[in-house]
Design a protein around this ligand. Sequence first.
Ligand code: MN
Length: 702
Amino acid sequence: MPAIDVLAERLSSYLAADQVNQIRRAYFYAEQAHDGQRRRSGEAYVTHPLAVANILADMHMDHQSLMAAMLHDVIEDTGIPKDALANQFGETVAELVDGVSKLTQMKFETKAEAQAENFQKMAMAMARDIRVILVKLADRLHNMRTLDAMPHEKSRRIAKETLEIYAPIANRLGMHNMRVEFEDLGFKAMYPMRSERIRAAVRRARGNRNEIVEKIEQSLLNCLRNEGMEGDVKGREKHLYSIYKKMRGKRKAFNEIMDVYAFRIVVDKVDTCYRVLGVVHSLYKPLPGRFKDYIAIPKANGYQSLHTTLFGMHGVPIEIQIRTREMEEMANNGIAAHWLYKSSEGEPVQNSHARARQWVKGVLEMQQRAGNSLEFIESVKIDLFPDEVYVFTPKGGIMELPKGSTAVDFAYAVHTDVGNTCIACRVNRRLAPLSQALESGSTVEIVTAPGARPNPAWLNFVVSGKARTHIRHALKQQRRSESINLGERLLHKVLAGFETPLESIPDERIQQVLDEYHMEVFEDLLEDIGLGNRMAYVIARRLVASEEEETPAVEGPLAIRGTEGLVLNYAKCCTPIPGDPIVGHLSAGKGMVVHLESCRNISEIRNNPDKCIQLSWSKDVAGEFNVELRIELEHQRGLIALLAGSVNAADGNIEKIGMDERDGRISVVQLVVSVHDRVHLARVIRKLRTIKGVTRITRVKA
Ligand code: MN
């Protein structure tokens, strides 16, 4: 029998004949639209929408969802427009298909990306018609089941997205079965080795456990029967991914996790649930503090059940869930169970969408009634994105922040100005440190002061991107204004030395200099000076340059006169002297240091115009420059006197002398002499060479 007929037969158990026919029609339409397309596995493409429809049929979804499932890839993959689908199958089905296509285009690369905008889109799609999500989930489930056909990289990406986005959504909608399958398939694709190891370990453990499981099951059944109550007792096993998460997250050993025995007792009525609870509590001693009544207070996703933990024989912990059949269905299929229930009771399914919305609304109201809207938001969104906290403003507004957020994060989330001027905070009406991580449910009040500024230390504890960006920005502004101030003072001081006050420098000249440095405004230049990135002296020379005929062209290298004093330093590593090719290294806070062009210490930054500038020696350079010589010579008496005499004869000065004996015959002398320039140095060296026994003289440079 063709696969569509098998499905049609299954459908006729809960859908009207004409609805089944409409689904058939959608199938044939899809078959034609996808004609010639194949899945990666080689099968005809239509097998995929058919499989998606089958998944929804398992959940007894309505005929429109099933039609949408058949057609869900038509708009995306075949280019048939939405209007065409609307004409054929009605507006609602076309809308569903369109919604699914839009979700498909959404890429949830990372959790962070998904969080803000995409979640909103998702929520909007859900609000418009929750069935869009259900079709999408079924689509993803079939893709996960057939993931093996995908190339490795792609399957990993899909698996990651499934674990981070789709499994939590299934969980949020209470669709436990689907979530478990998503997680185990995703786990297997992401970590095939780990998944297999846990699977094997579970298989081994099952052997040892069977006997105990049967014993407990029997005693629970006996106990029910003795009290005249009916119920199914089932042993439960944790799924692989949840074992893995427990091992990782709670750092538990595999055996610790497997040592817990879990059972579910499913009964007919709510009343029976509580009676069964009493019975099992008398059978085994309950573990204090572990009883939870999710029947009276259901979870936000609609989950209802009683949970309790007992000490079994030999102190074995036994976890027990007690619930009705309806609750069981709800727990397994979540929101989809609503269709199942209504249709099995023979009600028309046309209203199912309205009921689904009702259900979402009901969940909302339920939580609000409970007076704890926070818990609602928490379960809805923390379930989906567990890394967030929700706190209240003093007026009761809710702020959503990344987990670990502090009052400063909160302040910036309220408003940038509040963040920038924040000085203290009250958490739940008590003063608290700004750095303290906020807890969900706290009410946070920020104390501000006019003129207050962000503290650089905040950067150590804020977690939200917004706070971080704004603090950095504010600090930068602050640093800028301080730097401009300092830069201006430095420049004024130097200009005073040139006897050219800043005010007397024409605007055109200033603009010229700004252009040279590719700067927009004069403040930028002042800031750079204040920060030590540029030297006030250099800038001042540039500014007054055009008025002095004898100064070299501004574009050329800056000429060093040797009279700059403290603002200029000569590098100790390479000891440049006039005549040497030189560059200036502007080091922040240190001013300018003159190096030899060939100095190894600046080889990496030499061509970086922000750090180095070309220099030349002025013609009338003045002063004495130290240079180090290394002289190898035969050991002889009165050596120092000989060296000193030679240097002196060449008009040089010895600044420092050091000597070590290489062997009995040769000595090596380090001589620091001061000279005027290279020509002078050459004269000194020539003189030194005349000393008898000198074998080699080298100038020491880095
Ligand atoms: Mn698909």
